[in-house]
Write a protein that binds this ligand. Structure first.
Ligand SMILES: [Zn+2]
Length: 300
């Protein structure tokens, strides 16, 4: 039986174990998934950030002394920066509420069958929500980034720009537990080929209904949609909020209708794996706040 006092020590051990495998780690909020480090928007520009904000991907470390000092301060969950770790993690999610899409594990098995490939056995975790994280080593010389739904429904991947919650972390009272502790297998070539294809997710984004959309407004909308779609699991709601906020001014200026912006971000948020209700609430509050603060175009 685990005593409450053991939790900080267990999380430190989890961080050190990941680092020992050569995977740079950084702290996530105790009991949660978002990074425990300040984001760029709230950067104090002091200390490590004195010469500009240093993101979690650059702050992640394998140094046991830094890890020990950090995890002695609080029972942080453990984030593994997948890019610098040389990992590609396939995230097989469980079916979301109010969706009849197959779970990621079923979609992945069907994909393997369709391509005539065995389901690759590798280092695997069961996530807090009951999904699976399958770890693979990244192919040399290929810098893959995150994907959402590119391999199929309820399948995301984490690589450069992303992170995963490491084994031993506890989210909403449930542990991320190792179910297969063999060494991570190299990412099979056929999966690498699918991931490097420069394709958009199957559903095309809805074309914005524009009043007098400037090119800048449309370019910003497309750019921010891509940011949201590629956001990792712990960051996607924050990314949606930030991206929708940035677009609010184009509504204030009459470049885009609010309906068009809402529809575009609803698609992006759902593509990133958020529920329809989460997307609606986040987009509404972000646009409300942005419109309250919008200044005339000349003032910028
Ligand atoms: Zn900073």
């Amino acid at each position: 039986m685990t005593q409450p006092d053991d939790k900080p020590r267990a999380l430190l051990a989890a961080a050190l174990a990941a680092a020992e495998r050569g995977w740079p780690v950084f702290p996530l909020r105790p009991g949660g998934k978002p990074p425990a480090l300040h984001g760029e928007a709230r950067c104090p520009r002091t200390g490590i950030c004195a010469r500009g904000h240093v993101k979690w991907q650059e702050r992640a470390t394998t140094d046991p002394a830094r890890i020990t000092a950090c995890w002695q301060a609080a029972p942080f969950n453990v984030g593994v920066a997948t890019g610098p770790a040389g990992l590609v993690v396939i995230d097989l999610d469980v079916t979301k509420d109010e969706s009849d899409a197959p779970a990621g594990a079923a979609t992945f098995q069907a994909l393997c069958e369709r391509t005539g490939q065995p389901v690759p056995a590798t280092f695997t975790l069961r996530t807090a929500s009951g999904g699976e994280h399958r770890y693979f080593t990244a192919p040399d010389g290929l810098r893959l980034s995150n994907t959402a739904g590119k391999l199929g429904e309820n399948i995301d991947t984490r690589a450069w720009g992303g992170y995963v919650v490491a084994a031993g972390s506890i989210v909403h009272g449930r542990a991320y537990a190792l179910t297969d502790d063999r060494e991570p297998a190299p990412l099979p070539g056929w999966l690498a080929a699918l991931l490097r294809q420069d394709t958009r997710p199957a559903a095309a984004p809805p074309a914005p209904v524009v009043r007098s959309a400037s090119r800048a407004a449309l370019a910003a909308l497309e750019r921010e949609q891509r940011v949201v779609v590629a956001a990792s699991e712990g960051e996607r709601n924050h990314a949606l909020n930030l991206s929708a906020f940035k677009l609010g001014r184009f509504i204030a200026w009459g470049d885009l209708t609010r309906d068009a912006v809402e529809e575009a971000f609803q698609w992006a948020g759902e593509s990133a794996g958020l529920t329809a209700a989460e997307c609606r609430a986040t987009i509404r509050s972000a646009l409300d706040a942005s419109l309250r603060k919008a200044r005339p175009r000349e003032a910028l």
